[in-house]
Design a protein around this ligand. Structure first.
Ligand SMILES: [Fe+2]
Ligand SMILES: [Fe+2]
Length: 178
């Protein structure tokens, strides 16, 4: 895409990408931490632990990128620390299926977000583009696994997922700008 006068420089765009992705992966790790705090002996615990492990790896990758490129984290990290955990714990308290519904909602937003970033990068930043592609595939797996666990049978599924999708989009919007 051609840059217009007044558009942020490409370099800034990449920084913002890394900042928002770092925030998102941090939020995801906190959501799973909240779920695991509640789902102590649940049959699905192993599955949630597996997804949580992948989120930690995603987070570490973006932490490394931030250090290498001297990108600052979003000022909203303390908010995502609390809100992520609260969202995970609250949905898990509604039951395992609601916890999976939360993952379906979040991952469907992240899928679109990573797809848009990947497209924006085009043939630039091949390493970052590859990272985003790899993570996007894993997020899609989380989405599908959660559906297979009966997420759609969660109480108030349409309302619950619509609310979580809205919150996720807002979190992305904010973390790109603050
Ligand atoms: Fe992730
Ligand atoms: Fe994920």
């Amino acid at each position: 895409m051609r840059r217009l006068p007044g558009d942020p420089a490409e370099h800034d765009n990449t920084e913002r990408m890394i900042r928002v992705d770092h925030a998102g992966e941090y939020g995801a790790a906190r959501i799973y931490a909240g779920q695991l705090a509640v789902l102590r002996n649940a049959p699905a615990r192993k599955l949630v632990e597996h997804m949580a492990g992948q989120e930690r790896r995603h987070l570490e990758t973006f932490e490394t990128l931030m250090r290498q490129r001297k990108v600052r984290p979003t000022a909203l990290m303390p908010l995502w620390h609390v809100a992520g955990f609260a969202l995970g714990a609250a949905t898990a308290l509604m039951g395992e299926k609601a916890a999976f519904a939360c993952t379906v909602a979040v991952e469907s937003v992240i899928d679109g977000h990573y797809a848009a970033q990947r497209e924006k990068l085009g043939s630039t930043e091949s390493e970052l583009a590859h990272t985003i592609e790899t993570f996007r595939a894993e997020e899609a797996e989380h989405h599908d696994t959660s559906l297979a666990q009966g997420a759609e049978q969660a109480p108030l599924y349409p309302v619950l997922t619509a609310a979580i999708k809205g919150a996720s989009r807002l979190a992305i919007w904010l973390s790109t700008r603050i």
